[in-house]
Design a protein around this ligand. Sequence first.
Ligand SMILES: [Zn+2]
Length: 107
Amino acid sequence: MSDRTPCPACGGDPLPGALAYQHRTSCRIYAADTATIAADHERRSGVRPPTNAEREILRHERYVEPEGDLDLAIRFSHVGGVHRRRPVLVDGTGREVADAEREVDDE
Ligand SMILES: [Zn+2]
């Protein structure tokens, strides 16, 4: 998406794919994400709560914080060396109910 902005921690350019940036190796979000990706690799796929670093990025990318029992979560898969993440909404039991949405500016 063309409206994405650089990483809030290191200024690295956004890459295709949700939450992906060309981080500098000194970036604190990069450091946190490296551990997250390793953990996702172990579990292969699923839905889990966002890490603190991911929550920071979700706010930065203006994902809408849901109301009521819903919460933001991350659907992840790490298969064949490819790590993918998609922000989703889960209900109070952790069940995925929808894709997360970003705020949009009215023209
Ligand atoms: Zn960064």
